[in-house]
Every structure is written in structure tokens, then in C-alpha cells.
Design a protein around this ligand. Structure first.
Ligand SMILES: Nc1ncnc2c1ncn2[C@@H]1O[C@H](COP(=O)(O)OP(=O)(O)O)[C@@H](O)[C@H]1O
Ligand SMILES: O=P(O)(O)OC[C@H]1O[C@](O)(COP(=O)(O)O)[C@@H](O)[C@@H]1O
Ligand SMILES: [Mg+2]
Length: 444
């Protein structure tokens, strides 16, 4: 049986004809509008021999024949929260231009500096002219921040300003905040449409295929790996060490490793590893240096954190949003590698070149693929909100755009599955040790 996962709808608004009907550029023909019964299946791979399998489906994103807002009565707010990600400006631009051109909305505002901007700063009026070249800029012109989430102050400000559509662009933390806002708005019985547009360079948001900007970040990460490879190859016993973003998930490291093919070992937060002894990292590197004269090591910033010595205050440190603050795994690695080599081969040359591209991979404008993706996301968000949906996230599922309940997205994390084919592929490309199996074997 298949039924669409329900998305809340605003109940106090009136149905009206979609103004796209009269838009000279669209000429809506058969199949242009999406029906409430059009769904996207969460899963496309099934085992035909299995008896009964429940199928999860989501409403398909896109324009509806009828909308629930009178465009001249819309007052929309757009906010960006959390860390940067390529494409944030494109999403803002396309929200503004889409609301303006597709639906004729004229009251569109940018909230500066993340959630705190709702109650502590003046909203900025936006129109297509103001945002026309934003897709070419990295970062977010609206500015972003961490922390500052005061639910009542935010919802009071939404109410006070008369915003009746709120577009929230952010990562997993932002989505959790958006759920709170949606619930408070429902409690106050306000006719305000809320949508969360998932942004995260880490690609740690679940259900959707991937988050925007991720591919651009992987491309940038590859450049760092290429430089590390050149440095390592040009040295005697050279190690090129690259630290990549990935707070608690190793997607960037994994994808950059797979696409670069220069990497000898990729370490991610989802996988434990160890240094000394049989089957450990040092034994592997020793062999690689002997065979090839160099090695490239890619490490996600959240990997191996529990191995780095830290004092009590470092253990407690959190950023303004409450995320744990990490120590630099790259700096730590460089020093343990040097100690190890000095101990084992005191008379032989050895070099570690550490490359830390951190913000360079996310502070760039989106590439062509991500720009197109951002446009489709923004338009999907607008069509959904104009149709009266609220508390939802637009996003691609198996290549098709769908509306997913906000709470479901906020609760689901996308982690690297180290038991699946993709991770096996990484190991086959790098030939790195299977630390988990080796560790079990060692301790038997
Ligand atoms: N559990 C939560 N409930 C409410 N707001 C949250 C929650 N977690 C994070 N936030 C808020 O969401 C915003 C962004 O969160 P953060 O973790 O910094 O980035 P991201 O959204 O990219 O993961 C911050 O303003 C933060 O205060
Ligand atoms: O921007 P900051 O505060 O230095 O934080 C860096 C963190 O932001 C990220 O780039 C993105 O994280 P979020 O998606 O949670 O904002 C992480 O990879 C990294 O750990
Ligand atoms: Mg986050």
C-alpha cells in the first residue's frame, strides 16, 4: 500500500486560481500542474520476491492549479542560518525572483544574520533588481550566524512584522529550530506558511538525495588533494595530509577521495581507526612509503577526535549553537606522524605537508549543477507555500522533487554507511586497512 506522507496545510485561507494561468511564459498545459495524488516514492529499489512491503511516498513538488494566498497579501521573509554553503545566495535570489515573477508577490524581505535577525535587526526589502547577480557570489549576502535562537522572540517578530510566509535556509540545527517555530505558529493559530530549505556543506541532512553546494565543495576539496599529492610525490618519503570539513559525517572526504583517486587512506567520523600495531595506520603507511615513496591521507575534521588529548575546558567547548568545538585533527596527525617516523627511522628523510582548505571549499559560489539545483529547490518551496502547505521541506528524492514533513527531516541524519557498496568502493580504491576487522583480529 502506498499513501502520501501528509504535509500540514493552512486551513484559514481561501482557494484561488493560480496566477501562472495568465503568465505569458508558462502557458500551463496538460500535466503542468501537480495533483495532490501525485507522489514520489522514497525508495525505488525493491525486492520483488519479498511478500508485502510498505511504500513510503511524499507529495510531489511543483505548481498547484489552485493556490491559497492572494499574491498582493503575501509578506515573505527569507533567512539564512548556520555555516556557509555554496549556493545560499542562489536560493535567496531564486526565492525573490520566483515569488516576484511567478506569483506577482511584491513584499519580500531578507532577515539579516540568521535567527537572531528576526528580533534584533531591521528586515531588508528585496526585489529582483537587488538580487540579480547574487548567484555569482559565495556566502550569503543576508549574513548568517549560529545561536540566538529565542523561539518566542522570533515568533513575536514574525507576528509583529506581519510575515505570512517564512523561508528558512539552514542545516540540521536550523531545521530543528524551524520545527519549533512551526509548532509555535500552529499553537498561536497564525496563518503563516513555514518551509525549511536544507543547506549543509556536510551533506548530513537525511531523506533528500544530497544538499545543495555539496558537489561544489567536493570539487574544491579535490584541488586540495591534488596539491597534497604533488607535494607528497615530490618529497622523499612524503605524506600529503588533507583535512576536509565534515563535523560528524565524512561525505566530503569520501566523495573527494573517490573522485580524485590520489588518496591512499580516507578517515571519516563514522569509522574508528587506530595507529599502532598490526593492521594499524602506521603499518599501512610504512608499506605504502616503501612501495611508492609517498602517500596521501585525507581526514574529515570529525574523525579521530576522541584520540586527540584535550583538557577539561576543551572537552566542554561548544559553539553558539551548541555544536561541539573540535580540535584540529590535521595538526595532531602531523605531529604523531613525525614522532612515529622519528622513532622508527631516525636517519631517513620524511616530510608531512599538511593542507587545511577548510573555508575555501564552502566560501565559493555554486557550480552550474548546484546553481540549477538551488533554483529548482527555491521554486519548489514557493509552489508549496503558495499552495498552502506548511511545516515542510522541499527536496530531491531519487531525482524527483518532493515535499517532506519538516520534523521528519529534522530528525533524520545522513551518515556514511560503512557497510555499504560506496564505502567498500573507497576501500577498493585506496586499499586502506579495514580497521574494524583488523582490530577485532588483533584483540582475539
Ligand atoms: N535543537 C535546536 N532547537 C532550536 N534551534 C536550534 C537547535 N539547534 C540549532 N538551532 C539553531 O539553528 C541555527 C543554526 O544551527 P547550527 O547548528 O549552527 O547550523 P546548521 O543549521 O547549519 O546545522 C542557530 O541559530 C541555532 O541556535
Ligand atoms: O562556521 P564555523 O562555525 O567555523 O563551523 C564550521 C563547521 O561548519 C560546517 O562547515 C558546516 O556545518 P553546518 O552545516 O552545521 O553549519 C562544518 O563542516 C564545520 O564543522
Ligand atoms: Mg549542522
Amino acid at each position: 500500500m502506498t499513501g502520501a506522507t501528509s504535509i500540514p496545510c493552512l486551513s484559514g485561507l481561501h482557494h484561488r486560481r493560480n496566477p501562472l494561468e495568465d503568465n505569458p511564459f508558462f502557458h500551463p498545459s496538460n500535466g503542468f500542474y501537480i495533483n495532490p495524488s501525485d507522489v514520489i516514492l522514497a525508495q525505488v529499489a525493491y525486492d520483488l520476491s519479498a511478500q508485502s512491503q510498505s511504500r513510503v511516498a511524499y507529495h510531489r513538488a511543483g505548481p498547484r492549479r489552485e493556490i491559497m494566498y492572494e499574491p498582493s497579501a503575501v509578506k515573505a521573509a527569507i533567512v539564512t542560518c548556520g555555516g556557509l554553503c555554496p549556493g545560499m545566495n542562489t536560493v535567496i535570489r531564486e526565492l525573490v525572483v520566483g515569488l516576484w515573477e511567478l506569483y506577482g508577490v511584491r513584499e519580500i524581505y531578507g532577515i539579516p544574520a540568521g535567527y537572531r535577525g528576526f528580533y534584533s535587526m531591521e528586515a531588508v526589502k528585496l526585489d529582483p533588481k537587488a538580487v540579480h547577480d547574487w548567484h555569482k557570489k559565495g556566502g550569503t549576502v543576508l549574513a548568517t550566524s549560529r545561536g540566538g535562537f529565542h523561539l518566542h522572540k522570533i515568533v513575536d517578530a514574525i507576528q509583529l512584522n506581519g510575515f505570512n510566509q517564512v523561508y528558512i535556509i539552514g542545516g540540521d540545527g536550523t531545521m530543528r529550530g524551524a520545527v519549533e517555530i512551526f509548532k509555535e505558529i500552529s499553537l498561536r493559530k497564525l496563518e503563516v506558511g513555514i518551509t525549511g530549505i536544507p543547506k549543509t556543506v556536510d551533506n548530513d541532512v537525511g531523506i533528500i538525495d544530497r544538499s545543495f553546494g555539496f558537489q561544489t565543495a567536493v570539487e574544491m576539496a579535490q584541488q586540495a588533494i591534488s596539491a597534497a599529492h604533488v607535494e607528497a610525490e615530490s618529497a622523499v618519503n612524503g605524506i600529503g595530509l588533507v583535512k576536509l570539513m565534515g563535523r560528524s559525517t565524512g561525505h566530503i572526504a569520501l566523495h573527494a577521495t573517490l573522485s580524485s583517486r590520489d588518496v591512499d587512506c580516507c578517515l571519516i567520523p563514522e569509522m574508528d581507526f587506530y595507529l599502532e600495531g598490526k593492521g594499524g595506520l602506521f603499518e599501512f603507511l610504512e608499506k605504502r612509503l616503501k612501495e611508492r615513496g609517498h602517500a596521501v591521507l585525507v581526514v574529515a575534521e570529525g574523525a579521530g577526535q576522541e584520540m586527540i588529548p584535550r583538557n577539561e575546558s576543551q572537552k566542554q567547548e561548544r559553539d553558539e549553537s551548541g555544536n561541539p568545538v573540535f580540535l584540529d585533527v590535521g595538526v595532531w596527525f602531523k605531529s604523531v606522524l613525525k614522532d612515529w617516523w622519528g622513532r622508527e627511522h631516525p636517519d631517513e628523510l620524511f616530510t608531512v605537508k599538511y593542507i587545511d582548505p577548510t573555508y575555501m571549499i564552502r566560501a565559493v559560489p555554486a557550480n552550474a549543477t548546484d546553481n540549477l539545483y538551488c533554483t529548482l529547490l527555491a521554486h519548489s518551496a514557493i509552489h508549496g507555500v503558495m499552495a498552502g502547505y506548511t511545516g515542510f521541506v522541499p527536496g530531491p528524492i531519487n531525482g524527483n522533487y518532493a515535499y517532506i514533513p519538516l520534523e521528519e527531516v529534522a530528525l533524520t541524519k545522513n551518515e556514511v554507511n560503512t557497510s555499504d557498496h560506496k564505502w567498500a568502493w573507497v576501500r577498493s580504491v585506496t586499499n586502506q586497512p579495514d580497521f574494524e576487522t583488523n582490530f577485532k583480529g588483533q584483540s582475539l
